[in-house]
Design a binder for this molecule. Structure first.
Ligand code: GLC
Length: 439
């Protein structure tokens, strides 16, 4: 990738770096056993018992309009659905397989309905497509790292023709990119061992994707995974390095830069409980407060958050997830200006919270109650005015007797009348908007 291509990447990712918050949706047959989307692999389950789920999948309460409304109300601006996960089951009406939602009792093209509903709510849309495929006969079985039948020598790989699998995979991706209108993100998952890069015919695939939808954003997992980001981290990314890195179940401690020190676009993907796919016994949900703070952390480091929900077999987003998203949405409705279009402040991380910034506007995310003033290092004399973002109320700039020896700091009190410790107005994250003086 040359400088010109990096410039194009910067242009392509503009909306993405602006929007910051998206919904990830992991949904498929695995919602029936309800032990996560890897169930076939972790339990080394043969095909036949899994096909029972195919024969009973009704998704009778699938109402993507409701999902889309929930995502929009949560302040999410884009969404990515698993069109095919590792189990190989397709949520779309592919002409290249019978293993698809239209052939289950549900009988619907779930991808098409998802796209229509989310676009109608004004959200950008993306599709996840698994490079792994545990259903396709030409995908390596015995000896593969992940395949459910990896320990079955009788499932040897003679007669399996990987090039046939590649033709299938490229063909399905072509279907998704030609039959479903404009897509904003293509999220491939994932590479491991030798199963990476040209094993997927990645250069050819990239060319096809870009020729069909030149604006589309592509993740970096034709080369990488949650374990390794690939050449997007270098100064000379390959043609299939992707447009953004996608750290998984973690937030990079200092954001993400390439070896030249330039920031690269990234998106942390995170589960809301401990599973991507629906897991009936997993009640370990993150609180709304934690989600808000995690989102703020991502933005303060120049990244996005793609937050996952795992709808159940009938097609409903679990109420626990929906409840958290509604609370996040209430915060976003008041404080979204400190997220959208924002990035790092270029200042050290303060002790009491985080900073985000858009141009000359700085957002102080006060997460911890302070015994006294909230101090802003390096900003003495630079602040024109301060307002609580949520209600626009003034936070006066005052000289205070016990701060006289600290003139290099700007500071404020959340309780204007006293320097006493004072409960934060918003325990999730109290945001103060600081308008900086023109230099
Ligand atoms: C992984 C997992 C997977 C999940 C994904 C999300 O690599 O294999 O189940 O879809 O990450 O990032």
């Amino acid at each position: 990738m040359q400088d010109k291509e990096i410039m194009e990447r910067t242009r392509r990712t503009e909306w993405f770096r602006h929007d910051r918050f998206g919904m990830f949706i992991h949904w498929g047959l695995y919602a029936i056993p309800a032990r996560g989307e890897w169930v076939r692999s972790t339990e080394e389950m043969p095909e036949e018992p899994y096909l029972a789920y195919f024969r009973e999948f009704t998704a009778d309460r699938y109402d993507p309009k409701e999902w889309a409304r929930l995502a929009r109300q949560a302040g999410m601006r884009y969404a990515v659905l698993t069109a095919k996960h590792h189990d190989g089951f397709c949520l779309f009406d592919s002409q290249l397989t019978d293993y698809k939602s239209t052939n289950t009792p549900c009988g619907r093209d779930l991808v098409r309905e998802f796209l229509d509903a989310f676009r109608a709510e004004g959200l950008k849309v993306g599709l996840y497509y698994s490079l792994l495929d545990w259903h396709h006969p030409d995908y390596p079985h015995f000896g593969d790292q992940n395949h459910p039948l990896r320990n079955h020598p009788e499932e040897g790989n003679e007669g399996r023709d990987f090039s046939r699998y590649l033709a299938y995979m490229h063909g399905q991706i072509r279907e998704l990119l030609t039959n479903y209108g404009r897509l904003d993100v293509m999220w491939f998952d994932f590479s491991y061992g030798d199963m990476k890069c040209e094993t997927w015919k990645a250069a050819e695939l990239m060319e096809m994707v870009r020729s069909l939808q030149p604006h589309i954003l592509i993740d970096n997992r034709l080369e990488g995974s949650g374990e390794s980001s690939g050449s997007i981290l270098t100064e000379h990314p390959t043609p299939y390095a992707g447009d953004f890195a996608c750290p998984e179940q973690m937030i990079p401690p200092e954001g993400m830069r390439n070896t030249a020190g330039d920031p690269i676009p990234w998106e942390a993907c995170l589960t809301l409980n401990n599973n991507w796919g629906y897991a009936a016994g997993d009640r370990h949900y993150k609180s709304a407060r934690m989600v808000v703070r995690t989102l703020v952390e991502c933005v303060s480091k120049g990244g996005n958050l793609l937050l996952n929900v795992g709808p159940n077999a009938r097609g409903e987003i679990p109420e626990e997830s929906a409840a958290v998203l509604r609370q996040v949405g209430a915060w976003m409705a008041k404080n979204g200006a400190s997220i959208y279009g924002c990035g790092p402040a270029g200042l050290p991380k303060p002790e009491w919270g985080r900073l985000t910034r858009r141009g000359n506007t700085l957002y102080a995310h006060v997460l911890e109650e302070q015994a006294g003033a909230v101090c802003l290092p390096g900003l003495a004399g630079k602040v024109a005015r301060m307002r609580r973002l949520e209600d626009g109320s003034e936070i006066p700039q005052k000289e205070h007797w016990n701060l006289r020896e600290y003139p290099e700091y700007a500071s404020f009190f959340l309780n204007p009348s006293t320097s006493d410790s004072y409960p934060l107005p918003d325990p999730m994250d109290t945001v103060v908007e600081l308008t900086l003086r023109e230099e």
